[in-house]
Design a protein around this ligand. Structure first.
Ligand code: HEC
Length: 105
């Protein structure tokens, strides 16, 4: 094939490298039922996933942000105890926080 220069291949490889982890995380969000409240339209007082990503974009580049946010989310607020948040393992939650910070795609 003419189009398959080494450069095209390198491009494809890079695309795969960057999209696979993101897809795994969105699958995790699906599996954990995040979209049942943070979907479009979001349920009751829950922000939509795009809204969350827009809020969390300000944490980009802060290495410890996913961990801090994960701890906060799993603890639950004073009034909002959300089982779907508290059931996450610390690792799952960090993965999801990192994914949301990067745009929740
Ligand atoms: C039962 C509904 C429900 C489900 C399911 C749910 N959430 Fe939430 N979530 C909420 C509500 C309501 C808020 C806003 C109140 C709050 O901050 O506690 C919220 C807030 C958040 C926030 C913002 C916290 C902050 O203030 O910084 C994040 C991030 C979040 N959810 C992520 C998730 C993820 C990831 C999942 C899937 C594991 C999930 N949520 C599942 C209802 C839900």
């Amino acid at each position: 094939m003419d189009g398959m220069t080494p450069r095209t291949l390198a491009c494809l490889w890079l695309t795969l490298l960057f999209t696979l982890p993101a897809q795994a995380s969105s699958q995790l969000a699906l599996d954990k039922g995040c979209y049942s409240c943070h979907g479009e339209p979001p349920r009751r007082n829950a922000p939509g996933m795009a809204q969350l990503a827009a809020d969390y974009a300000r944490y980009r580049g802060q290495a410890d942000a996913p961990q801090r946010l994960a701890e906060k989310l799993r603890e639950g607020g004073l009034f909002a105890h959300i089982a779907a948040h508290e059931r996450l393992s610390q690792e799952e939650c960090i993965t999801l926080m990192r994914w949301i910070i990067e745009g929740a795609k």
